[in-house]
Every structure is written in C-alpha cells, then in structure tokens.
Design a protein around this ligand. Sequence first.
Ligand SMILES: Nc1ncnc2c1ncn2[C@@H]1O[C@H](COP(=O)(O)OP(=O)(O)OP(=O)(O)O)[C@@H](O)[C@H]1O
Ligand SMILES: [Mg+2]
Length: 245
Amino acid sequence: MNYKPRLVTERLHRLLDHFPIVVISGARQVGKTTLAAHALPHWQSVVFDPSVDVGNARADPDLFLDNHPPPLVLDEIQFAPELVAALKRRVDQSGQPGQYVLTGSQQWSVLKTASESLAGRAVFVDLESFSLSEIGGAASAEHWLHRYLADPGGFAALPASGHCLTRTPYEQLWRGFLPEADGLHLDLVGEFHRAYVRTSASRAVTWMSPFGLGHTHTSVHAGGIASDRIRFRSLASVMSLPLGR
Ligand SMILES: Nc1ncnc2c1ncn2[C@@H]1O[C@H](COP(=O)(O)OP(=O)(O)OP(=O)(O)O)[C@@H](O)[C@H]1O
Ligand SMILES: [Mg+2]
C-alpha cells in the first residue's frame, strides 16, 4: 500500500499525550484501522469479530485486559461492547494517558454508549474520507483559516492549483474520496463503489427500516455522506461548477 499521511495524525498523538483513551470513529472504509496501524506502529492490536469472541473478551473482559496490557488498539470495539465498562474501571484506577485506542463505526450504538460511560476519560477523533490535500500528499495540519489570517492577500491570490489536485477534477469526482478507491485502477473504481453501496449503503436502508432492525450490523453514517457532499462542493468550486442545493 502506498500510505498517504492523514491530517489527524498529529492530533491523535497529542490527544494520547493527555487522555487514557482515544476513540477513532468514522464511516466504513475511511481508514480507521490503517491510521491506527501507521500512527502507532509499536502498539499491540486486537481486531474484534461479529461471530467469534476474540480472546474471550466478551465473556471475561477483565481477564482479556489483564492478558492484553496497554498500549493497545482495540479495533472494531462495537463487536466487544462488554469491554467498555472494564476499560472504564481500568482507567479510573490508572489515569495514565495513552493507554487505549478504540476504533469503530460511528453509527454503532455501542460507541454512543461508550462516549457516555467514558465521559472525561476518552476523547473522539472523527475520521473522514481523504481530503484533497491528503490525496495530493500535501497534508498540512495547519487549518486554512490560519493560513488566511497569516497572509490574507497571498491566500486569496492562490490559483485553483493551490488545492493540490493531482488529477483532473472529473477523475477525482469519479473516484470519490475513500482511500481504497484512490489507488485503484480507473476501470475498477465503478466496481468498488458498487460493492461499497451493496455492503454498506444498502444495509443502511435495511437498518433504517422498521423491518430490518436487529438484522444488520453496519451502515453508512449520515455524517460521512454529508462530509463527502462538502468535499464534492469544494471540488466543484475549484472547477467553477454551478451547483444547485
Ligand atoms: N492513509 C492511507 N493511505 C493509503 N491507503 C489507505 C489509507 N488509509 C486506508 N487505506 C486503504 O483503504 C482501505 C480501507 O482502510 P481501513 O481498513 O483502514 O478502513 P476502516 O475505516 O478501518 O474500514 P472498516 O470500517 O471497514 O473497518 C484499505 O484497503 C487501506 O489499504
Ligand atoms: Mg477497520
């Protein structure tokens, strides 16, 4: 994989310097697992599974945490919700920062429960799909407003190429902003999106239907779709496309 650095990496490290638990949440396939693996290469990691009780975490969360000391990445935490209360007890005993990173998809009620019961102990990093500057490899943690305030004239004079587009806007629109689609051969991008819709978005429809409740385990969360819409609009503005609302 040709890893592209994520803008939130610095913030993730900074949060781990101060909080015992950081939760990386976000829609399916935005790069949560990959970010954790690259940003924290020396951390142990456990990936949970919907059908297998990995490491007996659900049956005996305290023993599981004894067997897996921090620093630890708990990936797909929604499949081991019993861990949340045990984690809370642990970090209450030792408030040492940088102990656990949890990842999960935002729509999961377990993450909502986690955020409530871990209040004051955990902070959230909401990961989104690639931004234009991440795609262009020009990831700068500096917010555009800071750059504008530092040099308003220079910022306003930036050409559209200042948005670091590495391909034509039309190709970018076709690819979208999910990391996997970014590196795919162009003729496979359509297949990728069809599969994504089948496995994620169509389940969202089932998830939202009263008949589907309890039968599905994933969905595209509204925030992910909304942020891609925002990216689409910013790309459209680079292209000077007239977009209706
Ligand atoms: N920063 C990156 N640079 C290049 N490729 C990436 C990057 N992040 C993710 N990818 C690719 O995108 C795909 C999805 O990444 P990943 O599995 O980390 O997403 P995820 O959010 O954990 O997905 P899921 O919700 O399904 O667990 C992988 O094939 C991965 O190789
Ligand atoms: Mg993952």
